[in-house]
Design a protein around this ligand. Structure first.
Ligand code: NI
Length: 257
C-alpha cells in the first residue's frame, strides 16, 4: 500500500467530494496519508481529519508564508496539538523566499522556534524550503536538526544539497514534479539518493503529476510518481511502494501500529 506522506485534504478544493474521494483510497492501494497543517487553522483541521479516519495522521505547524500569525499563544496551541496521539510530526515549517514577505528574519525566528517544539515533543519535522537553500541548511546545522529528524518535503534543490540532508538523517520528499519533462535535477536527486531515504508525497491539491499536470492532485495519482521512481531506480513498482512505505512508517514512528 502506498503511503502519501504529505497532503492537504482540508483544502477547500476538496469540499465538494472529500468523503467520497477518501473512501476510495483503500481499494486504490493508498494505505496511509499524513495531512499536513500550514497554519493554526489548517493544523486543527488536519487533526479533525485524523480523528475521523483511521488511515489519516496529522502534522501540526505553521508554514513560513503564514508566520505573521505566530506569537507565544499560538505557539502554545501548536504544542497542545502535538500532544494529540494522532499528530505524528511538526510541519510544515521552514523558509520560503519566493515572495518578499514575511521578511526572512521573521521566518527564521519561527522556523527555529518550531524546530524546538519538535525536539521537545520528540516528533520529526516536515521542512518546506523554497529558494532558501543556504539559510535552511545553516539553520538545520546550527540547530542540530540531525537530532530531530524528518523530511525535506517537495525537494527542489541540487543533488549535493540532497546528500547533505541525507547525511543529517533526513528523508527527501518526492512528488509529482518527478514526472515533469523538465525535472532533470529532480531525477538526479532520486538517482543518487538511496531509496531507503526517499518518501512519496503529493502536496495535493497542488503539483499533480503528468498526465494531470495543472489539475487538482490527489493521492490517487501517486502511482505515476511510483512508476517514474521505479524507472530511475531500475526496480519494480511494488518494490518502490514497499520500501517508501517502510520509510514513512519509520520516520513517523508508526512501525509499531
Ligand atoms: Ni504542503
Amino acid at each position: 500500500m502506498i503511503f502519501d506522506t504529505h497532503a492537504h485534504y482540508d483544502d477547500e478544493q476538496f469540499d465538494t467530494d472529500r468523503e467520497a474521494l477518501l473512501a476510495s483510497f483503500i481499494s486504490a492501494g493508498i494505505g496511509n496519508v499524513v495531512n499536513v497543517g500550514a497554519s493554526i487553522d489548517t493544523s486543527e483541521k488536519a487533526l479533525e481529519l485524523a480523528h475521523r479516519y483511521d488511515f489519516i495522521y496529522a502534522a501540526a505547524g505553521v508554514h513560513p508564508s503564514e508566520v505573521t500569525e505566530l506569537n507565544e499563544d499560538s505557539i502554545r496551541q501548536i504544542e497542545t496539538m502535538c500532544d494529540d496521539d494522532r499528530c505524528v510530526a511538526v510541519g510544515e515549517i521552514g523558509l520560503d523566499y519566493h515572495w518578499p514577505e514575511p521578511e526572512p528574519d521573521l521566518q527564521k525566528k519561527w522556523f527555529i522556534r518550531q524546530l524546538d517544539i519538535a525536539r521537545e515533543k520528540k516528533l520529526p519535522v516536515i521542512i518546506h524550503s523554497r529558494d532558501a537553500a543556504a539559510d535552511t541548511m545553516n539553520i538545520m546545522k546550527s540547530e542540530h536538526a540531525e537530532e530531530i529528524g524528518g523530511v525535506v518535503h517537495c525537494f527542489s534543490y541540487s543533488k549535493e544539497i540532497a546528500a547533505e540532508c541525507v547525511k543529517m538523517g533526513f528523508y527527501i520528499g518526492i512528488g509529482g514534479v518527478l514526472t515533469f519533462k523538465n525535472a532533470r535535477k529532480m531525477r538526479e536527486v532520486v538517482d543518487q539518493t538511496p531509496i531507503e531515504k526517499l518518501l512519496l508525497e503529493t502536496d495535493c491539491p497542488y503539483l499533480a503529476p503528468e498526465p494531470y499536470r495543472g489539475k487538482r492532485n490527489s493521492s490517487l495519482y501517486l502511482p505515476y510518481v511510483v512508476k517514474a521512481m521505479a524507472d530511475i531506480k531500475g526496480i519494480s513498482e511494488d518494490e518502490v511502494i514497499r520500501i517508501t512505505t517502510d520509510n514513512a512508517q519509520r520516520m513517523y514512528g508508526l512501525s509499531e501500529h
